[in-house]
Ligand binder design. Structure first.
Ligand code: ADP
Ligand code: TYD
Length: 204
């Protein structure tokens, strides 16, 4: 089973992906915890290219190609081999982030995102956990972390608001694979909710 976590910056995806992976391991499953952009050696190199430096460093189209190239490497080297041997793959962000960030932000590239996905990636998650979150709180948490991976966070709070509604509308479009959880609660409350709802969907 391929499980992805999605949501705006600072919504708690990395925290919750880690807790879910630990929970599933305790239940005896083999779990691969990974993330995008990145997750394989080559894709982590591309991660630095897309997340660091001047926000205007890449055109929207070039950026879409870089995210897709990173995903293809990650898919070939980590996700598909893991799924093939029966592991549960838990991934912090995947193509829904591209649909939202590249598809709905600076230019409307959604059709190009879907076309490139159909050509180069093809695989969708089996289950996607959307952590829904107040955009202002999310931005505060993300900026509070500091660091140099801030090309997107520099786009600011208006973008967080747009991204949040784009995620919610994706969750409606793909209602059969999305679980939306309220991220405005304690880490433990969110984790309990995520574990319960994922276990309901896990094939036995
Ligand atoms: P994301 O991966 O979505 O950007 P993180 O999991 O990295 O989010 O969380 C961002 C920051 O917020 C971290 O410092 C984390 O410890 C904190 N955090 C995560 N979830 C919660 C929560 N439910 N309540 C308060 N703080 C949280
Ligand atoms: P991430 O490290 O998950 O950031 P955060 O922990 O703040 O949520 O992702 C970094 C940024 O990359 C984030 O702002 C969203 C962006 N991104 C895209 O624009 N397109 C993509 O396809 C992916 C996977 C991420």
């Amino acid at each position: 089973m391929f499980i992805t976590f999605e949501g705006i910056d600072g919504s708690g995806k990395s925290t919750q992906a880690r807790l879910l992976a630990a929970h599933l391991e305790k239940l005896g499953h083999e779990v691969i915890l990974t993330r995008e952009p990145g997750g394989s050696v080559g894709a982590e190199e591309i991660r630095a290219l897309v997340l660091e430096g001047d926000p205007a460093r890449w055109s929207s189209h070039t950026e879409l190609l870089l995210f897709t190239a990173a995903r293809r490497d990650h898919l070939e080297r980590v996700i598909e081999p893991g799924l093939a041997r029966g592991a549960i793959v838990v991934c912090d962000r995947y193509v829904d982030s591209t649909r939202v960030y590249q598809g709905a932000s600076r230019e409307d590239l959604r059709r190009d995102v879907d076309a490139l996905h159909a050509l180069m990636i093809k695989r969708e998650a089996d289950l996607t956990v959307l952590i829904d979150m107040d955009p202002q709180i999310g931005l505060g948490r993300a900026l509070g972390r500091g660091g140099t991976e801030d090309r997107f966070e520099e786009f600011g709070s208006a973008m967080q608001v747009t991204m949040r509604s784009a995620f919610l509308s994706l969750a409606e479009d793909f209602a059969n694979r999305f679980i939306t959880v309220d991220g405005n609660r304690s880490i433990e409350q969110v984790a309990d909710d995520v574990a319960k709802r994922v276990l309901e969907r896990l094939p036995t």
